[in-house]
Design a protein around this ligand. Structure first.
Ligand SMILES: Cc1cc2nc3c(=O)[nH]c(=O)nc-3n(C[C@H](O)[C@H](O)[C@H](O)COP(=O)(O)OP(=O)(O)OC[C@H]3O[C@@H](n4cnc5c(N)ncnc54)[C@H](O)[C@@H]3O)c2cc1C
Ligand SMILES: *[C@@H]1O[C@H](CO)[C@@H](O)[C@H](O)[C@H]1NC(C)=O
Ligand SMILES: *[C@@H]1O[C@H](CO)[C@@H](O)[C@H](O)[C@H]1NC(C)=O
Ligand SMILES: *[C@@H]1O[C@H](CO)[C@@H](O)[C@H](O)[C@H]1NC(C)=O
Ligand SMILES: *[C@@H]1O[C@H](CO)[C@@H](O)[C@H](O)[C@H]1NC(C)=O
Length: 531
């Protein structure tokens, strides 16, 4: 087979390296006005002191920064945690919750730190809180007998994929593309990637989980109650407690898969090919996934096929001839090799999946993102308009992920994630700006908001659906009434992420955390205490 040229064209690279860490200059630490000695004293009884960090600990800032992926939330005006607790076993996590409750110290749970709004390590409102950072809890145990695995929340997707790939070359797992994303937050909000049409979301393949609830109890599927077990699989992080680990079903993949990345510039008909893609991609055989990254004036068609190039080419010839895929653009490899190849570029290796801080430099960029769901193909003239917006100065990018096949066969109420039958594709809008020199991203943020406003007539409505894991506080924020988040106020954002599942999520919340101890700006409010 002929070698493909470098799979990633330069425009794609900007996004691909976006999973990397950043090394911006450090802002001065906020004054620690702690009236919370009780919390520390309580922790010291059960958690080794080297696992607890205060704002005056020498390594506090390095640790806080270690998994911040959006540096706009690392400026002096950001409300930071008073403490960071880094449990190394389950009882530490239980004790942190108990000590937090006894001393009025809320916890924000952080796994991989990729939250788009930084809610795992910062608060919009001034409040005293501690971060429970799970990065030490990251074991992955694969059981080949049952084709299952237990994965701790602090593991990254890359660590999960690596362990699966080491154990077998015919097993995989359907979750997101970026290897540094944390399992804890990702699974909590759904989780999708290149295998979504064949095997659905990450949470469609979760069999069991271990949860620390607001009373410090360690619960499993059989003891947390069916509503809560339903809720933690897609109902969003932070709301129901701390999920420490997940048991997942691994999925079969062939020993050889095929990947391609075909860039189509606007000058060579990108508007027509994207317009056509909308109808083709969600209806393809479930073995074939073709997403589109539109950036500058190029649509990059990025694909994973569960089979060989020999099998793929005739399918492309009959179903999507407009793309003009030929043998030289098709590359064969194992599934585990395809993961870094697609996301990190053709020069990367399987070992790079273990690097929690891949590729430096780029991550001095702040970003703004939001999402939509498309249920009816968008007309060609609208796409022409979108391309002109992507040509503006300081424009961002769009990522289109096709749905259909398995993700759509699951009923809307089977999991909290409701964007199923009838969805053609998900859109993610993003824009970046350099933080150096004090860039505030106002122009880039406005670009995203303007495009989102422009798109309203062409995307889902009533509610205008959005993907929880592409969190956007523009969609609404909780209002706290009487020390509990308001169910009514939460509907504004809750229906967009969860449609009619919002209510059942609130019922589950009232079962497991009626006092609303675990909360943030977009956590599920309890229904029983609604106001
Ligand atoms: C570069 C990049 C690429 C991405 N690619 C994809 C993709 O391909 N597909 C996709 O579906 N999504 C993708 N995402 C979105 C990603 O799924 C979400 O941002 C996800 O929530 C990140 O999980 P985390 O553990 O890294 O984040 P965190 O910031 O650690 O957590 C996110 C939220 O979940 C809560 N939380 C974290 N851990 C736990 C836990 N153990 N128990 C309870 N609550 C918890 C946090 O408090 C926070 O509210 C991407 C994000 C980035 C930044
Ligand atoms: C967790 O570690 C502590 C020591 O810090 C130990 O006392 C405790 O027994 C451990 N708990 C578990 C469940 O392993
Ligand atoms: C608010 O709720 C938190 C967590 O449940 C609790 O610790 C705190 O005491 C409550 N505050 C008031 C004023 O009731
Ligand atoms: C194959 O496709 C690539 C782009 O996808 C193109 O550059 C090349 O000319 C094509 N080769 C043939 C033989 O058509
Ligand atoms: C991880 O990636 C960074 C940036 O590319 C690199 O500097 C570092 O050496 C890598 N670490 C390992 C262990 O490969």
């Amino acid at each position: 087979m002929a070698m493909a040229k470098s799979v990633l064209a330069p425009p794609v690279l900007i996004f691909a390296l976006f999973c990397s860490y950043y090394a911006a200059s450090m802002a001065s630490a906020q004054a620690a006005a702690s009236s919370s000695d009780g919390f520390l004293r309580c922790l010291s009884a059960s958690i080794p002191s080297q696992l607890v960090f205060t704002q005056s600990s020498p390594s506090f800032t390095t640790l806080l920064k270690s998994s911040i992926r959006n540096p706009k939330f690392f400026t002096p005006s950001i409300v930071r945690p008073l403490y960071i607790v880094t449990p190394t076993n389950a009882s530490h996590a239980q004790d942190a919750v108990l000590c937090g409750r006894q001393n009025g110290m809320r916890l924000r749970v952080r796994s991989g730190g990729h939250d788009y709004e930084g809610l795992s390590y910062r608060s919009e409102r001034p409040e005293a809180f501690a971060v429970l950072d799970l990065s030490n809890l990251r074991a992955v145990r694969v059981d080949l007998q049952t084709s299952t695995a237990w994965v701790d929340s602090g593991a990254t997707l890359g660590e999960l994929y690596y362990a699966v790939g080491k154990a077998s070359n015919v097993l995989g797992f359907p979750a997101g593309l970026c290897p540094t994303v944390g399992v804890g937050g990702h699974f909590s909000g759904g989780g999708f990637g290149m295998l979504l049409r064949k095997y659905g979301l990450a949470i469609d393949n979760v069999l069991d989980a271990v949860l620390v609830d607001a009373r410090g109890r360690l619960l499993s599927k059989n003891t947390m109650g069916s509503d809560v077990f339903w809720a933690i699989r897609g109902g969003g992080g932070e709301s129901f407690g701390v999920v420490l680990s997940w048991q997942v079903r691994l999925v079969p993949v062939p020993a050889t898969v095929a990947v391609f990345n075909v860039p189509v510039p606007a000058s060579q008909g990108a508007v027509d090919v994207v317009t056509r893609w909308q109808q083709v991609a969600p209806a393809l055989p479930d073995d074939l996934f073709i997403r589109v990254l539109v950036q500058q004036q190029t649509a990059n068609f990025q694909s994973l096929f569960l089979g060989t190039c020999d099998a793929l080419l005739p399918v492309m010839g009959s179903r999507f001839p407009e793309l003009g895929l030929n043998r030289s653009s098709c590359k064969e490899m194992t599934w585990i090799q395809s993961v870094p190849y697609i996301y990190l570029g053709s020069g990367s290796t399987v070992e790079d999946l273990l690097n929690r801080t891949t590729s430096a430099s780029v991550f001095s960029s702040g970003y703004k993102a939001t999402s939509d769901y498309v249920r009816q193909a968008i007309p060609r003239d609208v796409w022409a308009n979108i391309f002109s917006r992507l040509a503006q100065p300081n424009a961002g990018l769009m990522i289109l992920d096709p749905y259909g096949a398995q993700i759509s066969t699951v009923p809307e109420s089977a999991t909290p994630f409701p964007h199923r039958a009838g969805v053609l594709y998900n859109i993610q809008y993003m824009n970046f700006w350099p933080m150096a020199g004090g860039g505030d991203g106002a122009v880039q943020t406005k670009w995203v908001r303007d495009l989102y406003a422009f798109m309203a007539p062409y995307v889902s409505s009533n509610p205008r659906e959005a993907y929880f894991n592409y969190r956007d506080l523009d969609l609404g924020e909780n209002v706290v009434v009487g020390n509990v988040s308001s169910y009514q106020a939460g509907m504004v954002w809750g229906h967009k992420y969860f449609k009619d599942n919002y209510q059942r999520l609130a019922v589950a919340k009232s079962q497991i955390d009626p006092d609303d101890y675990f909360r943030n700006e977009q956590s599920i409010p309890p229904l029983a205490n609604s106001n």
